[in-house]
Every structure is written in C-alpha cells, then in structure tokens.
Design a protein around this ligand. Sequence first.
Ligand code: IDP
Length: 151
Amino acid sequence: MEKTLVIFKPSAMERGCVGQILARFQQKGLIISGIKMMWLDEAILREHYSHLVEKPFFPHLLKAMMASPVIVVCLAGLDVVNVVRMMTGSTNGREAQPGTIRGDFAMSNQENIIHASSTAEEAVVEIGRFFKPEEIYEWKPEYMDFIYSSL
Ligand code: IDP
C-alpha cells in the first residue's frame, strides 16, 4: 500500500494536539507504519525544505522547526498521499478550509501544525530521509479489508 510522511511540527507539539490529529488519521482508516520522536537539525531541514532555502522566511522556518522535538509518522493506505494532503489543507492556516487539519488548528503560514508529503515520489524520498528501513513496519490490521472493501 502507498505510504506518506507526516511531521508533527513544533507548533503541534507546543499546542498539545498531536493525539487529536493522529486520531483523525486513524479514524479515516490509515495505518501507522512508522512513528518516532526526533529533534531536527539544520542539515536535514535544508534538505527537506531545499525548495525554500532562498526564501526570505527560510531562517524563521528553520528556527520554528527546531524549536522543539517533532514526531514523524509514516502512514499507509490507498491513495494515502492525496488523502493526507486533502485532510491537511492549504499551507496558510487562515486560508485552509474548515474541517482540514490546518483549517481547524492553524492561523499562520509558518506555524501550520503538520507537514505532509505532496506526491507519491516525494513521499518515498521523505520516508527514506526520516526513517531507517527497519523502522517501517509492513502490516495491516484485520479490519482493513472491511474499511477498504469494494475500493
Ligand atoms: P506545504 O507545507 O503546504 O507543502 P511548502 O510551500 O512546501 O508548503 O512550504 C513548507 C513550509 O514552509 C510550510 O508548511 C510553512 O511552514 C512554511 N512556509 C511556506 N510559505 C511560507 C511563508 O510565506 N511564510 C512563512 N512560512 C512559510
């Protein structure tokens, strides 16, 4: 099954809403394939946000992403990359639709609670960036066949 990467950013850690958001993903029918806590450093962030290093806000983004440890999660499911992006909402919390994670928890462009991979190709690279192969578990709960029945 397809996999994606979610990072609970320092804004989620500070606000204590990790559990609520993880519950949304589980309630939707996505599987946790990997989960761990880590403190990001500048090297990994420069790689992860390489498309943004020239932006004027990049130093602020670096500082914000290193303000506390984060929780990285690998989620699995059918079309999971797209499903999680839809659940995440637009980058700017003020423009994100109500009902999305950013729409419900964020009021900022920078402090927007979670990162979610944009494409399936990007997800493969990002999972490899944050997890060792042995930290990803290939499994599915018994109820999955029911949740995904008839696709
Ligand atoms: P995404 O997280 O929705 O995929 P990206 O454009 O890849 O959006 O930006 C990565 C992260 O950089 C955002 O989630 C946000 O934290 C931060 N960011 C993006 N644009 C801005 C901005 O204009 N000001 C401050 N932070 C920004």
